[in-house]
Ligand binder design. Sequence first.
Ligand SMILES: *[C@@H]1O[C@H](CO)[C@@H](O)[C@H](O)[C@H]1NC(C)=O
Ligand SMILES: *[C@@H]1O[C@H](CO)[C@@H](O)[C@H](O)[C@H]1NC(C)=O
Length: 186
Amino acid sequence: MFQYVTVFALFVCGINSQIIRQGKCPDVPAQQNFNLMSFGGYWYEAERSPVRFEDGSVCNLHDFVRLSKVEYADYIHLRRNGDILMASGIATFSGKPDEAKFTFNITLDTDNVPRQFPLFILETDYGSYASLWSCSQIDPNTYEEFSIILTHSRYYHEDTLNKARNVYDRNNISRKEFEKVEQFNC
Ligand SMILES: *[C@@H]1O[C@H](CO)[C@@H](O)[C@H](O)[C@H]1NC(C)=O
Ligand SMILES: *[C@@H]1O[C@H](CO)[C@@H](O)[C@H](O)[C@H]1NC(C)=O
């Protein structure tokens, strides 16, 4: 399920780049009454904390395609060192069917081992922003997380970004490590 157009090793060299924190994954609600139909199409990364399989990339875009009532495909396009990379994964509802909590399954061609991690759409208005978050318990006292703010158009208004940022603040998820994702000259 993982495709690419250049050397995939670029993807995995940032394997330890996610944020590690002490304690338990916080219990954070995701978007209720989530409408998978309305979420499709192109979404662009505006800001994110370090994400393992996207380390150092720019122009990141996600093409969400609904596959069924309970799953969607995420075709990821990004650039790294001038190379265009493509990857895809499948997200399946993991909780209540109308709450936007998914398990994301992605297989890297380097080792061909499918990896699963939680992926929550904490909030989206479907038209302009989506606040994504993932948290995985590594051991009883340690967890790792990453966050991605998506905007539906590549060029967004600051207000849009602030709405998306507020979602993390409300849920006490730190934005200290967030970085802007370059979307110019793509
Ligand atoms: C994840 O994807 C791989 C490759 O498509 C598949 O073989 C595997 O069964 C999937 N795992 C889960 C838990 O869905
Ligand atoms: C966030 O932290 C504040 C202050 O510690 C607390 O009052 C609030 O309940 C927390 N909110 C959530 C959603 O955890």
